[in-house]
Write a protein that binds this ligand. Structure first.
Ligand SMILES: *[C@@H]1O[C@H](CO)[C@@H](O)[C@H](O)[C@H]1NC(C)=O
Ligand SMILES: *[C@@H]1O[C@H](CO)[C@@H](O)[C@H](O)[C@H]1NC(C)=O
Ligand SMILES: *[C@@H]1O[C@H](CO)[C@@H](O)[C@H](O)[C@H]1NC(C)=O
Ligand SMILES: *[C@@H]1O[C@H](CO)[C@@H](O)[C@H](O)[C@H]1NC(C)=O
Ligand SMILES: *[C@@H]1O[C@H](CO)[C@@H](O)[C@H](O)[C@H]1NC(C)=O
Ligand SMILES: *[C@@H]1O[C@H](CO)[C@@H](O)[C@H](O)[C@H]1NC(C)=O
Ligand SMILES: *[C@@H]1O[C@H](CO)[C@@H](O)[C@H](O)[C@H]1NC(C)=O
Length: 811
C-alpha cells in the first residue's frame, strides 16, 4: 500500500497555516484540526476528495464520503456513515476523538460513526486521504503505521489497489454491498464477497445467503466463469493486472491499472450487478466494459416481492396488473426492495365484503402470457387447468398457478417473475402464469393497468407523511420543468426530458422493435401525434456533441427519409423521437408468410425500391453534409399508410462513434448486407450503402431472405447467386417472388436485377451511385449486363460463407 512519507503531516500543517483556505485543508484530519461540514480534504496529488455530500437533493441526508476530484461527474467511491446520515452538515464534523479514533460528530456532538479501533493512544493519530482513494487512520508520528483503512471496509466500490478477500485468522471478509437506491447509500440486499466457506470463488448474494452468481474458482489465470480475463490485445482488460493471492493469513484478489491515466472502478450496482467501468473524459461519462450477471433479470429478487422484471427495458421493474409499488418514492430511485403490493385485498384471507354475494366476490385469476415463472413453485396433483385453478382458489395463501401438463402453485409473494413478451427471455423458456386478484380488479373494462400504476404511485406517495412530502415536492418541481421543456425547441426539434418520454410512451410499455443500438417504443404526444421513441444504447458521446449531431440529423428532410421530431439527452440517457410509421418495417411485409397485410404487389415493390433509392441519393449527395447510412436492410425501411418507404436510423453511425462499426460487424442479421470493405477494414464510403441496397433489392424482388434454406434439402442457398445466374440466362423473371404468380412487369424485373447485381460488385468503383440507380429504375438510363461479383461466388458456397464473415475487424 502506498503511504506518504512521514514528513507529510507537518508539511501539510504548514501549508494549512500559510494558505489559510479552509476548503483546501490538505489531506489530513488531526486532533484539534477537524474537518467540518463545508470543508473537504484532497489527496496529495489531487485524485480524490473527502468531505460531506448529499446524494439526493430532495432529502436532508448527508454523508461523509470520498469521490473523484478530477472528473466532472460527482462519483462517490466510499461512504462512512451509510446507515447513519446526518442532517446538519454545517454543525457536524469529522474529527479525531480523544480515544484516537476517527469519528463523525453530528450537530449534538454525538458520534454517529467511528473507526472503532482499540489500543490507540490518545492524541497520537491522524486521518489521511490517499491518492489511491484509501482513507487511513495512521500514527501521527509515522503515517506508515496504519491502524484502520477504508480499503478494509468497502462500500459498493472496489478501487484499484484494494484487496477484496478473507482473513484466515479472523474469518472476516471484506465485501462490497450495493447502495439501496440511487440516492440512498444504505446497504441493500446485494453483495459481493469471497466464498466464506474457503473456496476461491467470488459470490454475488442476495440478503447474504441467496447466491445468484459465482465467478467460479480461480484457475491460476482467471476465474472459471470469467474466461474473458485471459483475453489479450483488444480487450480493455489487457490494461489491467490481476492476481488472486492465497496466502497464509489471508486470501484476496487485487487488481490494478498499468496505465495511471486510466480511471476505473468496480462496483456492485444498485441493480445487483457487478460492473467494471472506465471514465472516458471525451464523453464525460463512465463506460461499462464488463458486467455480471449479463442479464438484469438474473439478479435474485431484483424487482422485489411481486415485482416483474423486463430485460432490456428501462425501468426494468414494473408491477403486474392489480398491484402497485409498495414504496413509490423508493421505487422512483431504483430501490425495488419493497416490491409491489395489491390494490385490493383478496376475498379469501382478506376482508370479504359481506354485502356481496359470495360468487361475485370470489377471487379470480388474471393470465400473464410469456413469462419466466417465479421461483419456489410447488407442484400439486391436478388433472386439468381448471383443477389446478380450483386447488389454488381453495387455499387462501395461494397467489398464482400455472398449468403446462402439470400444476404449479405459488404461495405468498411471487419472486423472480419475468416478462419475456418483448424477447430477452432466459434460455427461451416462456410460460403463462395466472395471478390471483380480487374480483373488483375485473369489474372495469380492459386495459387500465398502466394508468392504475401511475395513479397508485401518486396516491400511495401522498399517504406517506412528512418524509415523502419532500420527495413529492421534488417530483413536482421536475414535473414543472417537464412542461416547460416540452415547449423548448432546438431548431425544428423538440427537446424532451426522460420523464416526458416515460409519460409519452406510457413508461415504455409498447415495444415496436429492437436492434443492436436500442429498442423502439410507441408513444403519443400530448396532441396525440403518434411517435416512435428509440432508446439508444451505448452512445459514448457527451451532451454537446450529441446535441450537435442530432440537430444535423434534424435538418435532413426528404419524403423518403423518416423524420426526426425530437430527442432526449439527460445524464447518460440518449433517446430519439421519430414520426410513427403505421405499416411498420419492410421485412415484415416481404418475409412474413402469415402476414395479414397480404403479399406486396410488384408495383408496390418497385415503388419502394425507387423510393429508398431516392432517400439514399438525398442522404449521399443532396444534403449539406454527406451522410453514409451504414445499415441499410429491410428492418430499417419503414412504410407509411400508402406504402411510401422511409429510410430509418440514418445518422446513427455518427451518433454512435467508434462503437458503431464494432457493433455493426458483429450484429446478427446485418452481416448479409455488409459490403466487403467492412470486413477488409478499409475506408467506408457511400458505396457501402449502395452494396447493402443491392442486397436488399434482391430480397425485394424475391420476397425472401437472401440466405435461406430450400424447403427440400438442408443446404443453405444464397439467392443473389441464383438471381445472377437467371439474369445471365435471360430469365430474370424466374427470380421473382412466386407468390406474385407471374404478375410482374418483365422489363422492370430485369432492370431491378441488373441494378442489384451492379450494386453488389466487389470493386466499389464499379458500383453505381444512388443517383444513377434512381435514373435506371426510373427507366431514364439503360444498363449493361453486369459481371458476376466474386463475393457472390464465395457466398454461394455455404462452407465459405462462414469463413468470409469470420475474422471481422475488432473495431
Ligand atoms: C444537488 O445540488 C447540488 C448543489 O446545489 C448540485 O450541484 C447538484 O447537481 C444537485 N444534484 C442533483 C441530482 O440535482
Ligand atoms: C463499535 O464497535 C462496537 C462493538 O465492537 C459496536 O457495538 C459499535 O456499534 C461500533 N460503533 C460504531 C460507531 O461503529
Ligand atoms: C489532546 O489534545 C487536545 C488538544 O490538542 C488537548 O486538549 C487534550 O488534553 C489532549 N489529550 C490528551 C489525553 O493528551
Ligand atoms: C515508520 O513505520 C514503518 C513501518 O512500521 C517503519 O518501517 C519505518 O521505519 C518507520 N519510520 C520511522 C521514521 O520511524
Ligand atoms: C471450487 O472449489 C471448491 C473447493 O475449493 C469446491 O468444493 C467447489 O465445488 C468448486 N466450485 C466449482 C464451481 O467448481
Ligand atoms: C434476510 O435474512 C435474514 C436472516 O439471515 C432473515 O431474517 C430475513 O427475513 C431475510 N430477509 C428477507 C427479506 O428475506
Ligand atoms: C395452504 O398451502 C400451504 C402451502 O402448501 C400449506 O402450508 C397450508 O397448510 C395450506 N392451507 C390450507 C388451509 O390448506
Amino acid at each position: 500500500m502506498a503511504t506518504p512519507p512521514c514528513a507529510l503531516p507537518l508539511l501539510f500543517g504548514l501549508m494549512f497555516l500559510l494558505q489559510g483556505d479552509p476548503s483546501q485543508a490538505g489531506d489530513t484530519v488531526a486532533a484539534g484540526r477537524p474537518l467540518s461540514g463545508g470543508e473537504s480534504l484532497v489527496s496529495k496529488r489531487g485524485k480524490f476528495r473527502l468531505g460531506f455530500f448529499q446524494p439526493d437533493n430532495s432529502s436532508d441526508h448527508w454523508y461523509l464520503g470520498i469521490w473523484y476530484n478530477q472528473i466532472s461527474l460527482h462519483t462517490t467511491v466510499w461512504v462512512a456513515n451509510r446507515e447513519a446520515p446526518i442532517t446538519d452538515p454545517a454543525s457536524s464534523q469529522l474529527s479525531i476523538s480523544s480515544d484516537g479514533n476517527m469519528v463523525i460528530l453530528d450537530h449534538r456532538r454525538s458520534a454517529v460513526w467511528s473507526t472503532n479501533v482499540t489500543g490507540v493512544a490518545p492524541n497520537s493519530t491522524v486521518g489521511v486521504i490517499l491518492d489511491s482513494g484509501n482513507l487511513v487512520l495512521a500514527d501521527a508520528s509515522n503515517t506508515s503505521v496504519v491502524r484502520w483503512q477504508s480499503f478494509d471496509h468497502f462500500s459498493d466500490t472496489w478501487l484499484p489497489g484494494g484487496k477484496l478477500g478473507r482473513s484466515k485468522r479472523t474469518g472476516e471478509v471484506t465485501r462490497l454491498v450495493a447502495w439501496k437506491g440511487s440516492g440512498d447509500p444504505a446497504p441493500s440486499m446485494f453483495s459481493l464477497e469471497l466464498d466464506p466457506r474457503g473456496s476461491s470463488q467470488y459470490l454475488l448474494n442476495w440478503n447474504g445467503s441467496e447466491q445468484y452468481w459465482s465467478s467460479g474458482n480461480w484457475t491460476g489465470r482467471a476465474f472459471a466463469a470469467v474466461p474473458e480475463m485471459t483475453s489479450t490485445g483488444a480487450s480493455p482488460l489487457s490494461k489491467y493486472t490481476f492476481g488472486y493471492v492465497d496466502g497464509e493469513d489471508e486470501s484476496y484478489f487485487v487488481y490494478d491499472v498499468t496505465d495511471e491515466s486510466v480511471v476505473t472502478r468496480f462496483r456492485v450496482d444498485v441493480t445487483g450487478q457487478i460492473k467494471f467501468l472506465t471514465w472516458v473524459e471525451a464523453a464525460a461519462e463512465w463506460v461499462l466494459f464488463w458486467s455480471e450477471p449479463k442479464r438484469q433479470c438474473d439478479v435474485h429478487a431484483v424487482c422485489g416481492p411481486s415485482g416483474v422484471c423486463t430485460e432490456n427495458a428501462l425501468p426494468s421493474c414494473s408491477c403486474p396488473r392489480g398491484f402497485r409499488a409498495r414504496r413509490p418514492a423508493e421505487w422512483l430511485q431504483a430501490d425495488h426492495t419493497a416490491g409491489c403490493s395489491r390494490n385490493a385485498g383478496l376475498a379469501c384471507g382478506g376482508a370479504p365484503d359481506g354485502r356481496q354475494s359470495k360468487s361475485r366476490n370470489e377471487d379470480r385469476f388474471y393470465p400473464m402470457p410469456s413469462v419466466r415463472l417465479p421461483s419456489n413453485a410447488q407442484s400439486a396433483a391436478a388433472a386439468s387447468a381448471r383443477d389446478c385453478e380450483l386447488t389454488c382458489l381453495g387455499n387462501c395463501s395461494c397467489t398464482a398457478y400455472s398449468y403446462t401438463g402439470g400444476c404449479s402453485l405459488w404461495y405468498g409473494d411471487l419472486i423472480n417473475l419475468q416478462d419475456t413478451s418483448g424477447g430477452g427471455g432466459a434460455g427461451g423458456s416462456s410460460s403463462s402464469i395466472w395471478i390471483r386478484l380480487a374480483a373488483s380488479e375485473f369489474s372495469g373494462t380492459g386495459n387500465k393497468t398502466k394508468k392504475q400504476l401511475v395513479i397508485g404511485l401518486a396516491v400511495a406517495a401522498g399517504s406517506v407523511a412528512a418524509v415523502t412530502a419532500t420527495v413529492l415536492a421534488a417530483i413536482l418541481i421536475l414535473r414543472c420543468r417537464r412542461t416547460r421543456s416540452l415547449r423548448r425547441v432546438e431548431g425544428s426539434l423538440m427537446a424532451f426530458t426522460y420523464r416526458d418520454l416515460q409519460f409519452v410512451t406510457k413508461n415504455f410499455s409498447e415495444k415496436l422493435g429492437g436492434g443492436a443500438f436500442g429498442s423502439v417504443f410507441k408513444g403519443a404526444l400530448p396532441d396525440s401525434t403518434l411517435v416512435a421513441v428509440k432508446k439508444l444504447e451505448g452512445v459514448r458521446q457527451g451532451e454537446k456533441q450529441f446535441r450537435a449531431e442530432v440537430s444535423t440529423i434534424g435538418t435532413v428532410q426528404h419524403v423518403n427519409l423518416i423524420k426526426l421530431l425530437g430527442f432526449c439527452s439527460q445524464r447518460t440517457r440518449r433517446l430519439l423521437v421519430y414520426e410513427h410509421m403505421p405499416r411498420g418495417s419492410l421485412d415484415r411485409h416481404l418475409f412474413e408468410t402469415s402476414s395479414s397485410h397480404g403479399v406486396l404487389s410488384w408495383e408496390t415493390r418497385y415503388q419502394i425500391a425507387l423510393g429508398v433509392a431516392r432517400g439514399l441519393e438525398y442522404l449521399h449527395d443532396k444534403c449539406r453534409d454527406c451522410i453514409i447510412h451504414c445499415d441499410i436492410k429491410p428492418e430499417n425501411i419503414l412504410l407509411d399508410e400508402a406504402f411510401v418507404p422511409k429510410v430509418a436510423d440514418f445518422g446513427l453511425a455518427k451518433l454512435m462513434g467508434r462503437d458503431f462499426s464494432r457493433v455493426l460487424t458483429t450484429m446478427r442479421g446485418t452481416v448479409g448486407y455488409l459490403a466487403p470493405e467492412w470486413i477488409a477494414g478499409t475506408a467506408i464510403t457511400t458505396k457501402a450503402d449502395v452494396f447493402s441496397y443491392g442486397m436488399m433489392l434482391f430480397e425485394i424482388v424475391s420476397g425472401r431472405r437472401n440466405v435461406g434454406r430450400p424447403d427440400d434439402g438442408g443446404a443453405v442457398d444464397f439467392f443473389p447467386s441464383t438471381a445472377v445466374g437467371l439474369l445471365l440466362d435471360g430469365d430474370s423473371g424466374g427470380a421473382v417472388d412466386g407468390r406474385l404468380a407471374g404478375s410482374a412487369d418483365a422489363a422492370e424485373v430485369e432492370r431491378a436485377c441488373k441494378v442489384a447485381c451492379w450494386c453488389v460488385q466487389d470493386d466499389e468503383s464499379l458500383r453505381p451511385s444512388m443517383g444513377m440507380v434512381v435514373q435506371v429504375l426510373e427507366g431514364l438510363v439503360d444498363v449493361n449486363t453486369p459481371p458476376i461479383p466474386r463475393s457472390l461466388k464465395v457466398l454461394a458456397d455455404p462452407s465459405k460463407y462462414v469463413q468470409f464473415f469470420s475474422g471481422l475487424p475488432s473495431t
